[in-house]
Design a protein around this ligand. Structure first.
Ligand SMILES: [Zn+2]
Length: 156
């Protein structure tokens, strides 16, 4: 798939990025448009909108932040913990939005499922529909995320 020049440039940045997150593309050989399209299709199949996902992620992070470093209840079955280190990380897109280096850990003790996301992840999903490439340290599988956020059973 041929991509516009600006997207091509962005992709070079994402693949070479060795700062926070050690690369957004991971080992994914697909280009950015293919990664984004693939995840959007998956969300459509799950009948979930990006806004719903982002809204729930923010709720959980907001619940965890005041108790920084400690697990808190963040939903019927979910527990969350936020951790933060000094410094900021920038969005690789031209908007250059800046975020605290904060990671939210989420777990569902009943199902055993656990996952994590950074504040940058939330922005990337919200503004760019980008869940990162497979193999990236902060790649989020939409199916896993939806299951976690909405406490869905395994089959869905
Ligand atoms: Zn951005």
């Amino acid at each position: 798939m041929k991509q516009p020049a600006n997207i091509q440039k962005l992709e070079e940045v994402l693949r070479s990025s060795n700062s926070a997150g050690a690369g957004f593309m991971g080992t994914d050989r697909r280009n950015i448009s293919e990664i984004i399209d693939g995840d959007i299709v998956e969300l459509a199949e799950l009948k979930i909108a990006v806004e719903q996902i982002v809204g729930r992620m923010k709720e959980i992070t907001d619940a965890a932040v005041p108790a920084l470093g400690c697990w808190v209840q963040a939903g019927r079955k979910l527990e969350a913990k936020a951790e933060e280190v000094k410094g900021q990380v920038s969005c690789p897109w031209p908007d250059s939005a800046k975020f605290a280096k904060r990671v939210t850990y989420v777990r569902n003790p009943e199902s055993g499922q656990s996952m994590k996301w950074s504040d940058l992840n939330i922005h990337l999903i919200e503004k760019h529909n980008f869940f990162e490439g497979r193999g990236a340290m902060f790649r989020i599988e939409p199916k896993e995320l939806v299951k976690m956020l909405f406490e869905r059973s395994a089959e869905k």
